[in-house]
Design a protein around this ligand. Structure first.
Ligand code: NDP
Length: 446
């Protein structure tokens, strides 16, 4: 396989899908050697079968808003690969959602899920519906309409969706309710459910906590302590807030948060009371991070991302794709940043990744660092199958073990023999790839 040839072919066939092509390019450039070491893969044209999703469902979602107007959105489910287990991946509701973004997310998810050590394939779904500014009733009506179409393609052993941007506990609850009604079964199927109906303790916290656990593993390779470190976070949703909570617990200082309107700086580090305010603001009042800045008289920068606004030791991007570009990366390095651990999926552009790796800092791609979320989703599936629930301490301990194992795999496949530098991008891609590739080979051409 020549990565460039495969890519050129995909560029020709999917010219309007830049995020998908970006994600594929990042993986292919790092697995070429491992792929070519096994000539069987090429004979089975494994690479093309791994890059192109198994199938994609596209549908119209019609619903009625509070003013009685009929609204139409697009709905999608990309089932990318189920070689190692049922399709598994979140649902994103955001006005920017399109097929390119969902295809990149489903592709990434396949490698991420492989890394978790649990039997889950890769998928992603969503809609260009935005919950922002909608009433609870409108969100419920949309979720119900979305699932009335989606339900026939998912199930506990076929495809298990979860949350992502714009889809939290509220949306999962509404979707799961309608799913149960349509499918006439009660076996789980969605993860991220409420605790009263099959959800797992620690699932809301899992992506943020898992990212901090991964960061601790990385810092340990250089004998660096997290205590007192200044950490810049972007976003103020599920991943960002639980990352901040765990960092606070461990004695680090969180110096920024953001949303799609702007960034708040917290030069002395966020306090527990301030973070509680953000949790309430975001989850109950569905307010903006600007309101948090106003409440505590903190500097707020409209329309800006955190990276060039404040010096930090560590960056944990937790909002969206391509939110750190080459200039942002250079600003972070200039400000003394020694580690980047990605809560979001593909938040760094290829140029930014090159800057981090060339500078020799610790850099963890999302597919490794944010895999805690889907890992605990996998644990939620296990609990649902066994019809029992584990304690928070049990789930947290399993999450820590999984993140340590993912880190171990990254080191195994990513450490440079000569320099000792751990390239976590290569490590995560190769480790994720090998497992899926072997499973695909064993199951024949499908
Ligand atoms: P939420 O919807 O809870 O929060 C998203 C946050 O990012 C919000 O603050 C939002 O601001 C901001 N944001 C979204 N889009 C943009 C944008 N285009 N530009 C700037 N800011 C933006 O989502 P999550 O916290 O769940 O997800 C955050 C990231 O983590 C995503 O990349 C997701 O794929 C990834 N992830 C999530 C997992 C999970 O378990 N939830 C698991 C693994 C990865 P606003 O409110 O203004 O839109």
């Amino acid at each position: 396989m020549k990565a460039e040839e495969v890519l050129n072919d995909l560029r020709r066939r999917f010219p309007n899908e830049p995020e998908y092509l970006q994600a594929v390019e990042e993986v292919l450039s790092t697995i070429e050697e491992a792929y070519n070491a096994n000539p069987e893969f090429e004979r089975y044209n494994l690479i093309e079968r791994l890059c192109i999703p198994d199938r994609i469902y596209t549908f119209r979602v019609s619903w009625i808003d509070d003013n009685g107007r009929v609204r139409n959105n697009m709905g999608y489910r990309v089932q990318h690969n189920n070689a190692i287990g049922p399709y598994k991946g979140g649902i994103r509701f955001h006005s920017s959602v399109n097929l390119s973004i969902l295809k990149f997310l489903a592709f990434e998810q396949t490698f991420k899920n492989s890394l978790t050590t649990l039997p889950m394939g890769g998928a992603k779904g969503g809609s260009d519906f935005s919950p922002r500014g909608k009433s609870d009733m409108e969100v419920m009506k949309f979720c119900q309409a979305f699932v009335q179409e989606l339900w026939r393609h998912i199930g506990p052993d076929t495809d298990v969706p979860a949350g992502d941007i714009g889809v939290g506990g509220r949306e999962v609850g509404y979707m799961y309710g309608m799913y149960k009604k349509m499918a006439r079964e009660n076996t789980g199927t969605f993860t991220g459910k409420g605790l009263e109906f099959g959800g797992s303790l620690i699932r809301p916290e899992a992506t943020g906590f898992g990212n901090v656990y991964f960061l601790l593993n990385m810092l340990e390779t250089r004998g660096i302590s997290l205590e007192g470190k200044r950490v810049a976070i972007s976003g103020s949703g599920n991943v960002a807030t639980y990352t901040a909570l765990k960092l606070l617990e461990l004695g680090a200082k969180v110096v920024s948060l953001s949303d799609s309107d702007g960034t708040v700086l917290i030069p002395d580090g966020i306090t527990r009371d301030q973070l509680d305010y953000v949790f309430k603001l975001k989850n109950f009042y569905r307010g903006r991070i600007r309101e948090f800045a106003e409440e505590y008289n903190l500097p707020y920068h409209a329309g800006e991302r955190p990276w060039h606004l404040i010096d930090c030791d560590i960056a944990m991007p937790s909002a969206t794709q391509n939110e750190i570009d080459g200039d942002d990366a250079r600003a972070l390095l200039k400000g003394g940043c020694i580690a980047v651990s990605e809560g979001a999926n593909m938040p760094s552009t290829p140029e930014a990744i090159r800057e981090f790796i060339n500078a020799g800092i610790l850099y963890a791609p999302g597919k490794a660092a944010n895999a805690g979320g889907v890992s605990v989703s996998g644990l939620e599936m296990s609990q649902n199958s066994q019809k029992l629930s584990w304690s928070a301490a049990e789930v947290d301990a399993k999450l820590k073990d999984i993140m340590a194992e993912i880190h171990h795999q990254c080191v195994l496949y990513g450490r440079d023999e000569q320099t000792g530098y751990i390239n976590y991008v290569k490590g995560a891609n190769v480790a994720g790839f090998i497992k899926v590739a072997r499973a695909m080979m064993a199951q024949g051409i499908l």
